[in-house]
Design a protein around this ligand. Structure first.
Ligand code: C5P
Length: 219
């Protein structure tokens, strides 16, 4: 049996992008490597948690010691998260596509079919907001991420209220920071008490600090 401060705790982590089909060979996606989510899932497992790792098609492999649930689309990701409940905590690190193609084609769209394709969109479910607002059976700690390019703390604080989650891990993904797809991260942890800017460090170090904070909150 696992030991560590999170032994006996069940934690859901979403990670990676989602892919939304246009046709059987084409899709719309988000620019996410899945590195921070994988590091976090590994760090939580390292503290003894039973981790359900719900991951879209990511560029990095899942960490050892977690239960991997691979998904493609945002709708599948929501269903997988709901199926993994109940949990003590849920951390939503995935870069979920906001929209899916509502007129996706069952067959490959032909280039020479005459004219250009016209895609129509439907809004995807917001997984973080859906779980945060569960009337019963809500995980006691729900953590979201916010990738912003400016006014990071203000936007993240608004997001905390809008989504109804407990914490937001906010980071600045402006071009030039090298954070998107890079090895390092600089996050601000937003809680009901306010914002706390952490120093720039590797995604693994960020993951370990966040896992330790989660362990403290669930203790
Ligand atoms: O609104 P925004 O996409 O910036 O919010 C980011 C946070 O919400 C992340 O934690 C992300 O995983 C989560 N999210 C989600 N489902 C969506 C969109 C975002 O869980 N459809």
């Amino acid at each position: 049996l696992a030991d560590g401060p999170l032994a006996g705790r069940r934690i859901i982590v979403t990670s990676g992008p989602t892919h939304e089909s246009i046709d059987p060979v084409r899709y719309i996606a988000n620019r996410s490597s899945g590195a921070q989510g994988a590091a976090l899932a590994g760090a939580l497992a390292g503290l003894g948690a039973e981790v359900v790792f719900v991951t879209g098609p990511a560029q990095v492999p899942p960490p050892p010691g977690v239960k991997v649930v691979p998904v493609e689309t945002a709708s599948e990701m929501l269903r997988a998260v709901q199926a993994a409940l109940p949990a003590d905590a849920a951390v939503f690190a995935a870069a979920v596509a906001d929209w899916r193609v509502s007129n996706a084609s069952g067959q490959k769209m032909k280039k020479n079919a005459g004219g250009l394709p016209v895609l129509e969109f439907a809004e995807n479910p917001d997984i973080l907001a859906t779980i945060s607002r569960m009337a019963s059976g809500r995980p006691s700690l729900v953590v979201g991420f916010a990738a912003e390019t400016h006014d990071v703390e203000r936007h993240a604080t608004e997001k905390l209220a809008r989504k109804g989650c407990d914490w937001i891990v906010a980071n600045d993904v402006s071009p030039g920071t090298g954070i998107m797809g890079g090895a390092e991260n600089q996050v601000t942890l937003i809680t009901a008490e306010g914002g706390e800017a952490w120093p720039r460090m590797t995604k693994e170090q960020t993951a370990r600090q966040l896992a330790a904070r989660i362990a403290g909150a669930l203790a």
